[in-house]
Design a protein around this ligand. Structure first.
Ligand code: ADP
Ligand code: MG
Length: 742
């Protein structure tokens, strides 16, 4: 009798795992062979500001600096000189090609490589890179999603260097490419990418924040810049397991798989010793990132088995967004070298913690004055005056987030994040703000007027705002169940998905805050006009806003059912799934907001909605197709084989005249197989219905509803079968194998 060989490849993977070794990096060394400190090679592969200063004539550098600092247009003379210097540098480093590196609305990055090689007038080969090639390039953009903004007959858009993000060299096996971080725009100037909106939203915040600051008496501010530090969570699994899971390869998550007997309930993984092979991987990731000038700072285990986190030092939001994309790329590439697959999906394993990307966000001042430059507007500061300013900024944020909580939910909507949000392990789909007990108490006192008898200055002293950062460092005052939490001197937008680009969530946040600030500025001006002294006026406005935005503040447990009810009572939107969330983008409120601040035209907003809906539907289509093929070509054949062998053994027992207790298993198995057939048909039916439904929105709703439910039902049967089919029949690596490689 031929017993199950279906598990052969799986068993080989498990065996191979025993002989895996950790890959060692070869770090840069000095002449004596001593390992160089990171500071000696940080950013060697970037054409950054200090290198430009060194390589460029003084006046060219100054003009470029102005372009960067003040967002001015780069003129072509400057561009030519910069291009030439960049070319010389890149050639000396061994580059043969350059590319405009940009972020279409796919959530990842795109690049089209061109050789520096060209021929001069005498037909001789030379390397050339002009200013025009630096500032502008014309990719054939027809295959990037534009959400209907660009019809194919005018398929071309162009990419243009974003000088605020330094050029860098991407190294790959045998290839070095000069990458030019770019925006991607249609010929009519429509934003086709994720970066353009982000840059525009940063301008919008800066403009109104400068006005707000000047009203508080602060002068000498050039710009106010949103800052971002994105904590990136991910899973690592052995590549040989990955190769045996069609679902991971096609969809990034497991569509089947029974729960392991040990999950994360022992809580022994979080902050535990990093497994050697994973640490070797992380070291190489850091090494690559350092060369690219990405300030990677922390690395550690996360809550779930085989889950990890990497976090950088924060930077200006646009640079940080680029750097997060690079981080994800480097994670993927380096994982391969180490025999790992990195899973960036929000929920690769059902029943196990998902992955997020905590977007730490704040506002920083840029100024010529050293004492002012870099000042964090969410730092409560030391003097009553600074504290008043802090409260004013905070009020603006509360206002923005309250008014646009639905839009913020839309900004993080994706098929992957739907599995994570509200799954009792990640922030709920309800947007609320957590401030921490101390700040919350302060706002309550302001609201109740407990301090109203004092002058504004005395009141702030009494409130003790300046102690907030100290208190917030205390981890007991952290709320991990909040989607948007204040952590002492920054907000943490925690609901962002692990695979998402940070660009759109931060664009929406910036936009919401710009609006909140605009309203606060108007209120302040009016109060001052009515005769109040500056500081009293600020206190007045803060008080009003605190009352007005009370509903969006929530200090309790965001995972609880009570909160869902309470939020409904407060009228806060609870948009559980992507299609509902994305619908927020089609509300007039959204278009008004974006167009008011010059961030997106109504066509551009529509395009974002459309692209996202389309991606949602496509992702689900791929999931259903993958699930179907796994059932038909792996799960069912495995079950038939096991069933056949069982039946033969029952027959053999009968022939031998002994009882056949395995018959019970056989009967149960066949009952389950029949159930699987039935559920598989139900899935097919709802899938067909979704497919034949016209209109992307309606289609998306069906996928989010009936189709998703049918997928879960089918899965439940498969997982039960997994738990009873002989282990040496089962072809798919199991959770217990993928999640516990160490
Ligand atoms: P924790 O891990 O306790 O939340 P950290 O200080 O480690 O706090 O910060 C986490 C992330 O927040 C890091 O990426 C860090 O650089 C970033 N961060 C800190 N300050 C700011 C700020 N002012 N603006 C944006 N991000 C910040
Ligand atoms: Mg954090």
């Amino acid at each position: 009798m031929s017993l199950g060989t279906g598990a052969k490849a799986r068993f080989e993977s498990i065996r191979d795992l025993q002989s895996r070794t950790s890959r060692k990096i070869d770090p840069p060394r000095d002449e004596d062979g001593k390992r160089l400190p990171v500071s000696e090679f940080f950013g060697v592969n970037t054409f950054d500001i200090s290198l430009m200063k060194e390589k460029l004539p003084k006046e060219v550098f100054q003009k470029l600096r102005q372009t960067i600092d003040l967002g001015k247009k780069l003129d072509s003379d400057v561009a030519n000189t910069v291009a030439n210097a960049a070319k010389e540098w890149a050639l000396a480093k061994g580059c043969t090609h350059f590319c405009h590196w940009f972020q279409p609305q796919t959530g990842s990055t795109a690049e089209k490589h061109d050789a520096f090689l060209t021929f001069d007038d005498h037909g001789q080969p030379v390397e050339k890179f002009s200013g025009a090639q630096l500032i502008q390039s014309e990719p054939d953009a027809s295959s990037f999603p534009s959400g209907g903004m660009r019809t194919t007959f005018e398929a071309r858009g162009y990419t243009a260097w974003d000088p605020s993000s330094p050029m860098f060299i991407m190294e790959s096996v045998g290839a070095k490419t000069l990458c030019i971080p770019s925006v991607f725009i249609s010929y009519h100037g429509d934003a086709l990418d994720e970066k353009t909106g982000l840059l525009r939203s940063m301008e919008a915040v800066s403009k109104i924040a400068c006005e707000l600051l000047s009203l508080t008496g602060l002068t000498g501010v050039n710009r106010v810049v949103p800052t971002l530090g994105a904590e990136q969570e991910y899973f690592l699994i052995d590549r040989s397991f990955y190769a045996l899971r069609p679902d991971l390869i096609m969809t990034g998550r497991t569509l089947l798989g029974g729960q392991p007997p040990k999950g994360q309930q022992l809580e022994d993984h979080y902050f535990g010793a990093i497994p050697t092979r994973a640490l070797a991987f992380m070291s190489e990731v850091d090494h690559e990132l350092f060369k690219l000038g990405v300030p990677s700072k922390t690395r550690h285990n996360e809550v779930a088995p085989n889950q990890f986190e990497i976090a950088p030092i924060f930077e200006e939001a646009n640079v940080s967004t680029d750097h997060n994309q690079l981080t994800m790329e480097v994670l993927r590439k380096v994982a391969q070298r180490h025999g790992f697959a990195v899973l960036l999906h929000e929920k690769p394993f059902a029943g196990v913690n998902g992955s997020g990307k905590h977007n730490n966000w704040s506002l920083a001042v840029t100024a010529s004055g050293e004492d002012l430059n870099g000042m964090n507007l969410l730092d409560p500061g030391k003097t009553p005056h600074q504290n008043l300013r802090f409260l004013l900024v905070l009020s603006s944020i509360l206002k923005g987030v309250y008014k646009h909580s639905g839009l913020l939910r839309a900004a993080i909507a994706s098929s992957g994040n739907d599995h994570r949000l509200g799954a009792n392990e990640a922030p709920p789909a309800i947007m609320s703000v957590f401030l921490g007990s101390m700040l919350n108490q302060i706002l309550n006192e302001i609201d109740k007027g407990t301090v109203a008898d004092k002058s504004a200055e005395q009141a702030v002293i009494k409130l003790g705002v300046s102690q907030i950062p100290e208190v917030a460092k205390d981890n007991t005052d952290r709320n991990r169940t909040s989607p948007f939490a204040f952590t002492g001197n920054k907000f943490e937008f925690r609901a962002v998905g692990s695979s998402a680009s940070t660009a759109f969530p931060i664009t929406v946040l910036n936009a919401a805050v710009a609006e909140g600030m605009t309203e606060v500025v108007a209120m302040l001006k009016e109060t001052i006009k009515a005769g109040k002294k500056n500081e009293e006026a600020i206190m007045d406005v803060v008080k009003k806003v605190v009352r007005e935005t009370e509903k969006v503040r929530f200090e309790g447990n965001g995972y609880s059912e009570d909160w869902v009810k309470e939020a409904a009572r407060r009228g806060l939107p609870n948009l559980r799934k992507t299609p509902e969330a994305l619908a927020m983008l089609s509300e007039p409120k959204a278009t008004e907001l974006f167009s008011k601040f010059g961030i997106f035209s109504s066509a551009e907003v529509h395009s974002r909605l459309h692209v996202r809906l389309e991606r949602y539907v496509k992702n689900l289509q791929i999931e259903v197709e993958t699930l179907r093929s796994m059932i038909d070509t792996q799960v069912l054949p495995t079950c038939y084989a096991y069933s056949g062998d069982l039946a033969m053994s029952v027959r053999a027992n009968a022939d031998a005249g002994v009882p056949a207790p395995q018959k019970e298993t056989l009967v149960k198995l066949n009952t389950l197989i029949a159930t699987l057939h039935a559920k598989r048909k139900e899935l097919e039916t709802v899938h067909q219905k979704a497919e034949s439904t016209a209109g992307e929105e309606e289609k998306a709703k069906l996928y989010a509803g009936d189709v998703s439910t049918a997928m879960t039902d089918v899965r439940a049967v498969c997982d039960e079968l997994e738990s009873m089919v002989g282990d040496d029949y089962w072809p798919l690596p199991k959770y217990r194998e993928m999640l516990f490689f160490a």
